[in-house]
Design a protein. Structure first.
Length: 94
């Protein structure tokens, strides 16, 4: 199952109404209607990492394409780690 498309952001709440919340949410509004990805996240650094997930997945997929084309160096351990991370992010088995 593919992840929710679009840029993910983190905030106090997805409507910007709560100004000083201790908890964060991650949302996207790529369709013009805010859609919750995760909520009640107590650690803001975790919220930022969750919000970066689509960009991190895209970076790993791009890097793996480069590694697959490189015929001169052995990056098999890096490829294995990246492939497992990409599969986990996509909800697929390794």
């Amino acid at each position: 199952m593919p992840h929710t498309p679009g840029k993910w952001d983190c905030a106090c709440d997805m409507y910007g109404k709560v100004q000083h919340s201790r908890k964060a949410c991650v949302y996207t509004d790529h369709t013009g209607i805010p859609q919750m990805i995760a909520q009640r996240i107590t650690n803001w650094d975790d919220a930022a990492l969750i919000a970066a997930a689509p960009d991190l997945l895209a970076a790993c997929e791009a890097a793996l394409k480069v590694l697959e084309r490189d015929l001169f160096d052995d990056y098999s351990d890096v490829e294995t780690i990246m492939r497992a991370a990409i599969n986990a992010a996509k909800g697929e088995s390794s």
